[in-house]
Design a protein around this ligand. Sequence first.
Ligand SMILES: C[S@@+](CC[C@H](N)C(=O)[O-])C[C@H]1O[C@@H](n2cnc3c(N)ncnc32)[C@H](O)[C@@H]1O
Length: 221
Amino acid sequence: MSYALEKMAEFFEKRLADYDGHMRRDIGGAADFYAFTASLLPAFPGCRVLDLGCGAGLELEEYLAIAPKAHVTGIDLSRGMLDALQNKFPGRPGLELICGTYFDVELGQGYDAAVSVESLHHFTAERKLSLYCRLRDALKPGGYFILTDYFAESEELERQYFEDLRVLRQEQGLDEGMYHYDTPLTEEHEAEILRAAGFSSVKALAHWGATAVLRADTREG
Ligand SMILES: C[S@@+](CC[C@H](N)C(=O)[O-])C[C@H]1O[C@@H](n2cnc3c(N)ncnc32)[C@H](O)[C@@H]1O
């Protein structure tokens, strides 16, 4: 196989210069799904939102325009992406950025909602289950998670992506670290994991090609 795997954060840092342009131009539906995703988040003054894999924050540009008094915590592996996001909102109070992996860093507590856009399609069901359990606990009772991401078209393709990654790792002598390679789950599998993590309902709210917007609710207290 010819695809050279790159460490996750390094992959994004190398492409930082034209990252926003690439996302808006080349990802089907991006002209609409960022604004749609932002419109689903709470917008009252002082509301608290967690963004998993915020990167340079295309969804946050849309969101902070409609929720100027929101408090946002963004987690991302890439320092370069976070710096690019911070530079879009110099000195803005209530924007807290944490550099690290959302699988390890403390997520915090008491969020009204969480969001993740085009970040979680690199990980296994097992890793997502433990993340989603922690995420459910980080949300207030009645809080919710908006997941905008792209999904595999079939279970067969889902299996194939993971198998291709296994072969690439083996060929390139790479460990179990995080490398950039797309391994989306099917939408049904993703919803099953969210329910297994304790979210009470999971609904698909919109689709743009392979990208779907899912809403996962916690129970009211
Ligand atoms: C395609 S970008 C999307 C960024 C942003 N959400 C957007 O749509 O503009 C994916 C982001 O997820 C981040 N990421 C990938 N795996 C991560 C992990 N395990 N923990 C935190 N961030 C991660 C990458 O560093 C990158 O910034």
